[in-house]
Unconditional design. Structure first.
Lengths: 348, 146
């Protein structure tokens, strides 16, 4: 009997000690961050939701009528999603040459001009116009880690510069490559600290690079001249991450969870939408833990406008999202959902 | 029976403890990624494997076997609670706890740990303590004097 009692005591103390650790970590991770969000009511209204049975889909883009999703486990598949989520269908792209090796990291990209499969490690891309059926190979003479098409035959690429050991941007056309090594500013290690999201603002014909780990986005013209540096509303101006190397596996990795400031982003109609991971001072803890915050900025002026929430689905925060007209498509876990946006007209 | 349980625990702790210490740097970095342990990764990375090795030694010595079994049981409960907290309530799930039995995913880890918790409890119950089985039938007075 006594042994059972002691066992109970042991179990209880074990559970309580770990629980205490959890409570402490929660306190540390949820401290207010010294900024305030504007939260006008009823901006995003949930419209439709669909379980697609897999969390491997990502947003490839839109053509002003439909959203398109790619799949990380099957680079040749494309899912078309209408705003009502009703005309959803999945197709397989035919890629030529047949049997061409494509790296798993290849990313599908769709815009109003065409469909692209970017394979930066394989130094190739596959392209089709709007039909989205047969993608033709184009060999490229540069490695890259991210790409956006800005006009026919012209791409903006992000690559790693071996000498500087950091990310840089390039302008790529069929017969020329122009580098700009000074756009992305190194703060810690060069690779992780300059990581972010490369986007194109069609309305203003501007490139926008939003950093993951600091409160900044850089706006450039299509010749890679910096036009302005915008600030997101939080206070993380210097990257908070530490990098360690594991000799036994020959890898460089982060040695502590980084403070991610901006998790996902998109641009629509001259507005920059940013899914931010940080809690504002005026936000309710409960609310913050059950939804994802999206902050809206004017790309051109860099000005912060307002924020809204997308509620978690199945306890999952959004993984990626996209705005097309008045519709917002969000991915949470296995679910895709469409929300109707009513942006306050008096706040531009 | 009890010998088998003790042997299993000794094997587990010696393997787990020494593999963590041998690749200490990797273990520390992996722990640092855990949302629960970021703040204490350095200390925990030393305390956990050392505790495991001490318990393994205490298990081998017959005088301290009972106390070591209690300790093993508590440690396994702590590991298991940690896994449950990570799986259920953490913002994100780190890729692996590193070092030990890396091939297992979190759910397999959970089952594995639960089996060891039960083994620990069984080990305690089966170990003859001073006074032996008599204790179970001695009514509450003994417990009060304790």
């Amino acid at each position: 009997m006594q042994k059972v009692k002691i066992l109970f005591l042991c179990a209880a103390s074990g559970i309580i000690s770990i629980w205490g650790l959890y409570a402490y970590s929660k306190k540390v991770n949820n401290t207010p961050n010294g900024f305030i969000r504007l939260l006008p009511p009823h901006i995003a209204t949930p419209h439709q939701i669909l379980n697609v049975g897999a969390n491997s889909w990502y947003i490839a883009g839109d053509d002003n009528e439909h959203f398109f999703l790619g799949n990380v486990t099957a680079p040749g598949y494309i899912m078309q999603v209408g705003s009502a989520l009703k005309d959803t269908n999945i197709n397989m792209l035919s890629i030529s040459p047949v049997g061409q090796k494509i790296y798993k990291s290849a990313k599908l990209y769709v815009d109003a001009a065409g469909t692209y499969l970017f394979d930066g490690i394989g130094r190739q891309m596959f392209y089709d116009t709007l039909k989205r059926k047969h993608l033709e190979q184009r060999l490229m003479n540069a490695y890259f880690t991210s790409a956006v098409p800005v006009s026919k035959g012209t791409l903006i690429l992000r690559a790693v510069d071996k000498k500087l050991k950091q990310h840089i941007l390039l302008k790529y056309t069929a017969d020329s490559i122009a580098l700009n090594k000074n756009v992305l500013q190194k703060q810690v290690d060069g690779i992780f600290c300059t990581d972010g999201i490369l986007q194109y603002d069609r309305v203003n014909a501007a490139i926008v690079y939003l950093y993951y780990y600091r409160n900044q986005f850089v706006r450039l013209d299509t010749n890679l001249n910096v036009l302005s540096i915008g600030k997101t509303i939080d206070t993380v101006s210097h990257v908070k991450l530490s990098v360690g190397s594991i000799a036994s596996q020959q890898e460089v990795t982060m040695s502590a969870p980084p403070v991610v400031v901006n998790k996902a982003s998109c641009i629509s109609n001259g507005l920059l939408y940013v899914y931010s991971a940080l809690k504002a001072n005026n936000e309710d803890e409960q609310m913050f833990s059950e939804s994802s915050d999206i902050d809206v900025y004017n790309v051109k002026s860099g000005k912060y406008l307002y924020s809204f929430f997308i509620h978690d689905i199945d306890h999952k925060k959004i993984r990626d999202f996209r705005v097309m007209g008045k519709w917002l498509l969000a991915l949470n876990g296995n679910y895709i959902s469409v929300h109707e946006l009513r942006l306050p007209a008096n706040m531009q | 029976m009890i010998e088998i349980i003790v042997l299993l625990f000794v094997l587990l702790f010696v393997y787990a403890g020494s593999s963590k210490l041998m690749d200490y740097n990797k273990f520390r970095i992996e722990l640092g990624k855990s949302p629960l342990l970021t703040a204490f990764a350095g200390k925990v990375a030393v305390v956990v494997p050392v505790t495991e090795l001490i318990i393994a030694v205490l298990l081998v010595l017959s005088r301290t076997r009972l106390i070591a079994l209690y300790a093993s049981f508590t440690l396994m409960v702590m590991f298991t609670t940690y896994i449950i907290v990570i799986l259920k309530w953490s913002d994100y799930i780190p890729c692996s706890c590193g070092g030990v039995l890396q091939q297992m995913n979190w759910n397999q880890h959970l089952i594995f740990n639960t089996v060891f918790i039960l083994l620990g409890a069984a080990g305690v119950m089966l170990t003859a303590s001073p006074g032996g089985r008599a204790k179970a039938v001695i009514p509450s007075e003994q417990l009060v004097t304790e």
